[in-house]
Design a protein around this ligand. Sequence first.
Ligand code: KG4
Ligand code: ZN
Length: 348
Amino acid sequence: MAARRPVRLPVLAGVVVLVLGLETSCDETAAAVVEDGRRVLSDVVSTQVDIHRRWGGVVPELASRNHIVQVMPVVHEALTRADKTLDDIDLLAVTSGPGLIGALLVGLQVAKGLSLATGKPFVGANHLEGHLLAIRLLEDAPAPPFLGLVVSGGHTSLYEVRDYGNYRLVGRTRDDAAGEAYDKTARILGLPYPGGQPIDELAQKGNPEAIRFPRALPGDNLDVSFSGLKTSVLHHVQKHGVPEGQALHDLCASFQEAVADVLSKKLVAAAKKLGHTQLVLCGGVAANSRLRALCKQRAEERGLRMFLPPVRLCTDNGAMIAVAGYEAWRRGLRGDFRLAADPAWRME
Ligand code: KG4
Ligand code: ZN
C-alpha cells in the first residue's frame, strides 16, 4: 500500500497559509483562494438565480444538481485566477452547514475528494460564521468583541462576537428572515426572485414616507419580526391593486424604509444594552443601500463604529468560507471523512 502523504500543518508563525474556500449551501456555487484569512487572491461565484427565478424561489433538488455541474469549473477558475494550483493550497475549507442538505453535500464531498487526492487537510465551516467573519477581509477590520447582524435570505440573527469562535446569539427574527421578507414582497409585487436588489433599485426613486408600514419591535428585547410587514404589503396590494410607475417606487421605498428602520434601531439598541462600540452588518441583505446608510447614520450619531463589508462580500461567496475555515482550523477543528453536513448547524 502506498504510504499516506504527511499532512502539512498550516498556521505556523511566519508561514503563509493558503485556504481554498468552497461554498454550496444554497444557490451560489462559489470558491475562493484566501491568504492567511485576510487577503483574497481570487473569489469566483457562479449564481443559479436564473434557474430558480422561474419557480419564484430556490428549488433544492435543482440547486444540488447545478452545484454538481458547476463546482469543479468554479474551483478550477478560483485557482487559475489566484495563479495557484492545488499543490499550493494548505487547507480546504467547505461550508458544512447550515443550508440545504443536498446542496451542502456536493461541496462537502468535493472537499473530501480533493483532500483524499492531494493529502491536504480540510475543515467544515459554518455559513453564518462565514458571513460574520467576511469583515476580516477589510483593511481596517474590527478586532473582537463586536456585534454582528447577519441578515440573509434564511437568517436574521444578531450575534455578540466575543472572540473568533465565541459567539452568543442575542436577538433574532421571530418569523421571516429579512431577505425572505424582501423575496416574498417582490413576489406579491410581481418582481423577479430574489427580490432584494429589484426592490432596492425601485426604491431609489420612491418616497419612503408614502405608506406607513408597521414596524414590529417586540418588547425591549433584541428580536425582530417581519411577517406583519409582509402581510401589510399584501393587504395594501389587495386593496389598491399591484402598483405601477411612481406608486411602485413609493411602495418599495416605504417597505424598504420599514425594514431598515427596524434593523438599524435594534442594532444600535443592542450596542447600548450590551455595551458594544463596534458594529458589523453582513449577509445578503447587508447589500441594501438604505439599510447600510441608516445603520451607518444611527451608529455615528451615537459615537459607534459601523463596519460594512463591500457588497460582493455580503452575498454568498467562497472567500468568507475560507476565512471561517481558517479560524476554525486555528481553533483546532479538523475535518475527517466522517464529517456530515448539518443543515441546521447552530453556531453558538
Ligand atoms: O446571504 P445570501 O446571499 O444567501 C443566504 O444565505 O440566504 O442572501 C440572499 C438574500 C436574498 O433574500 C436577497 O433578496 C437578499 O439577500 N438581497 C438583498 C439585496 N441583495 C440581496 N436584500 C435587500 N437589498 C439588496 N440590495
Ligand atoms: Zn448566506
